[in-house]
Design a protein around this ligand. Structure first.
Ligand SMILES: [Zn+2]
Length: 272
């Protein structure tokens, strides 16, 4: 049996409802949960590490002002509330570049609490799962996040960033060569990179997703809605691959698609 979690990052006040609907209808109608890592209060001139305005801003439309809370996009928020399949995760606070890479615990705590407040203002329940912008977390960030969330989803784990008191669990994970692990009540899930991305070769994309899912017990598939709508235009070929994945998942009785909430509730064995 294989288990898949679909994670889509960067939904924010700039995200058109129609983009998510076009991407995820084939998942929703099959009863597959879609986990949205939502930016609670996006900075409207957020920059990627290479200095460009973020794609999740240029693919959509948003308000003026330095910060845009998710509750301001009422059409999107109502749509998300109306679809049971969407699960909301907290994705940073403002999506400042590497905003959880610093070591100032008071600043990290403020961002976590401000982000949680903005999600609450939009009527979303407390998320069980946290995703850091660019998957970057410092030791201090891990500790603050683990105090507030049951699940942390990130790219990979390295000893230099793991809190020292977590090392025993981390060493066991390394020895067992497993992708996911647990420290105290916190589940720590890695992912095999963003396989569904315009930056990957299109002809090999579906096969790499299939290989990845079949090679382990639990796979977190990460994608970004705005990559399918770069500068506002739909990339139909890339969308076609995503929908092919939905069809394939549905065709396989030995694969189940679950949510991060299922992991938080202990319903999913991490490494089989
Ligand atoms: Zn992001």
């Amino acid at each position: 049996m294989h288990t898949v979690i679909l994670r889509d990052d960067d939904t924010c006040a700039f995200t058109p409802r129609a983009c998510l609907e076009k991407l995820y209808r084939p998942f929703l109608e099959r009863g597959f949960p879609v986990n949205l890592a939502v930016i609670p209060e996006v900075r409207t001139d957020a920059r990627s590490p290479d200095g460009h305005r973020e794609g999740f801003l240029t693919a959509g439309v948003g308000p003026r002002g330095p910060l845009a809370p998710i509750a301001g996009n009422r059409e999107l928020v109502e749509y998300l509330h109306g679809e049971q399949g969407y699960q909301v995760l907290q994705h940073g606070c403002h999506h400042d570049t590497f905003e959880f890479g610093g070591s100032d615990r008071a600043d990290l705590a403020r961002r976590l609490d401000q982000g949680a407040r903005c999600l609450r203002d939009a009527g979303f329940g407390r998320p069980a799962t946290f995703v850091a912008p660019y998957d970057r977390m410092s030791r201090a960030a891990y500790l603050e996040i683990a105090e507030r969330f049951e699940v942390i989803s990130t790219g990979w784990f390295e000893a230099g960033r793991i809190p020292l008191r977590w090392w025993p669990g981390y060493v066991v994970k390394k020895i067992r060569r497993v992708p996911h692990w647990q420290t105290g009540p916190t589940a720590l899930l890695s992912h095999p990179g963003c396989l569904l991305s315009y930056q990957r070769p299109l002809p090999e994309m579906f096969a790499s997703v299939r290989r990845s899912v079949e090679s382990r017990s639990l796979t977190v598939l990460v994608t970004h809605w705005w990559e399918y709508f770069r500068d506002g235009t739909a990339d139909e070929k890339l969308i076609g691959v995503l929908h092919e994945v939905a069809e394939w998942l549905a065709s396989r009785p030995d694969i189940r698609v679950v949510s991060f909430r299922d992991v938080a509730n202990g319903r999913v064995p991490l490494n089989g």
